[in-house]
Design a binder for this molecule. Structure first.
Ligand SMILES: [Ca+2]
Ligand SMILES: [Ca+2]
Length: 323
C-alpha cells in the first residue's frame, strides 16, 4: 500500500507542478495568478443601456434621491455577491494588506452586537445615533469586537472596510468600485421605476427578499427574515440581472463623491462630483427598518467619510473586462 500511495502522491505533485507552470507561462500575467488565490468569485455581464436614475417620489428627500433623470451606462461586469470574509481573507493573505480599522485600532459596531463586557468598557457614543459605539479592536477579523471572530461567517459580507480598503481589494484584481449610476442600474435589474430590485412590494406573498430589520429599531429585531445580523451572501433570491443582496445585508461603497444636487440633463456614464468629503454608499443593510432607515430602495443613498468603517458596511467590485 505504501509504495502505491507514494507513487499516486508523486503523480499528483507532478501534475500540480506542470499545471502551475502551464498556467504561468500561458497567462504570463499577475492577474491570472491572483485569480488562483480566490475561488468562487462570480461576475455577471450587465449590458449597458439607459435607465431612470433616482426618483421623483423620494422616501428621504434630504438624501438627494431626486430628481429622476435619464442616465446611460456602458456594459460592465459586476460581482454577483458582496465581497465575503473568505474572499477578503484570501486577498489579505496574498497581499499583506492591512485595513484602516486595524491601523486606527477601532471601528464602529452596532450596540446590539456587543457583549456586555465589551460594552462596559466604552465611554463615548455618537450623539445622533447612540447605538453606534466605537469599539477598540473591532475590524474585519473581529466584526463584533475583540471577543468575536469570522470563523463561522466566512461566507458573510466582509465588514469594517473603509473606502480605501474596498478600492485596494478591487484594484488587486484589476477591478474597481462601481459608480453610483452603475450600482443603481444594476440594482434595478432591468425593472423600470420600481422601489426594490424585485418590484414595489417589500414582501411579495409574505416572502422576504432581502436581509433587513423586522421589529422596533434599535431595541428589538425579530429576525423574521431569518437573520438578526448579516446573512451568508446569496441567502435571498437574485434580481433580474442575477445579482444578490443588492439591497440589505451590508451597505456597499461606490466610487462617487457625495452630493445631493443632480442635473436633470441626460448623463452618460456619470461619475459624480470631482471632489467631496463623503463617498456614496448604496443599498441599506440588515439594520435598516422603514421607521429609521428607509434606504433599502434602489434610488436610496447615504454617505460616509472615506475612512469610515462599521459593522454594516461592505462592498462589491465591477470591471470592464470579463474576469
Ligand atoms: Ca434580518
Ligand atoms: Ca448589500
Amino acid at each position: 500500500v505504501a509504495p502505491l500511495f507514494i507513487s499516486v502522491y508523486l503523480i499528483l505533485c507532478l501534475r500540480l507542478c506542470l499545471c502551475s507552470l502551464c498556467a504561468s507561462s500561458r497567462s504570463g500575467n499577475l492577474i491570472f495568478k491572483k485569480k488562483m488565490f480566490i475561488s468562487g468569485i462570480q461576475m455577471v455581464l450587465i449590458s449597458g443601456g439607459e435607465f431612470l436614475m433616482g426618483t421623483d417620489d423620494p422616501g428621504i428627500p434630504a438624501d438627494g434621491e431626486g430628481p429622476q433623470r435619464p442616465v446611460y451606462v456602458d456594459s460592465f461586469y459586476m460581482d454577483v455577491q458582496e465581497v465575503t470574509n473568505q474572499q477578503f481573507q484570501s486577498f489579505v493573505r496574498a497581499s499583506g494588506y492591512v485595513t484602516e480599522a486595524e491601523k486606527f485600532g477601532d471601528s464602529f459596531v452596532f450596540e446590539g452586537l456587543l457583549s456586555e463586557s465589551v460594552k462596559n468598557e466604552i465611554t463615548q457614543a455618537v450623539a445622533a445615533a447612540p447605538w453606534w459605539l466605537p469599539v477598540k479592536g473591532a475590524n474585519w477579523r473581529q466584526p463584533d469586537g475583540p471577543d468575536s471572530n469570522i470563523t463561522d461567517r466566512l461566507d458573510h459580507p466582509v465588514l469594517h472596510v473603509s473606502w480605501a480598503d474596498a478600492v485596494a481589494y478591487c484594484s488587486w484584481f484589476n477591478k474597481r468600485l462601481p459608480t453610483e449610476a452603475e450600482w443603481e442600474y444594476a440594482c434595478r435589474g432591468g425593472l423600470k421605476d420600481r422601489l426594490y430590485p424585485w418590484g414595489n412590494k417589500l414582501n411579495p406573498k409574505g416572502q422576504h427578499y432581502a436581509n433587513l430589520w423586522q421589529g422596533d429599531f434599535p431595541n428589538s429585531n425579530s429576525g423574521e427574515d431569518g437573520y438578526i445580523k448579516t446573512s451568508p451572501v446569496m441567502s435571498f433570491r437574485a434580481n433580474g440581472f442575477g445579482l444578490y443582496d443588492m439591497v440589505g445585508n451590508a451597505w456597499e461603497w461606490t466610487s462617487d463623491w457625495w452630493t445631493v444636487h443632480h442635473t436633470t440633463e441626460k448623463q452618460q456614464n456619470p461619475t459624480g462630483p470631482p471632489s467631496g468629503t463623503d463617498k456614496v454608499k448604496k443599498g441599506g443593510s440588515y439594520m435598516c427598518h422603514k421607521s429609521y432607515c428607509y434606504r433599502y430602495r434602489c434610488a436610496a443613498r447615504s454617505q460616509n467619510t472615506p475612512d469610515s468603517s462599521a459593522s454594516n458596511l461592505g462592498f462589491r467590485c465591477v470591471s470592464q473586462e470579463r474576469w
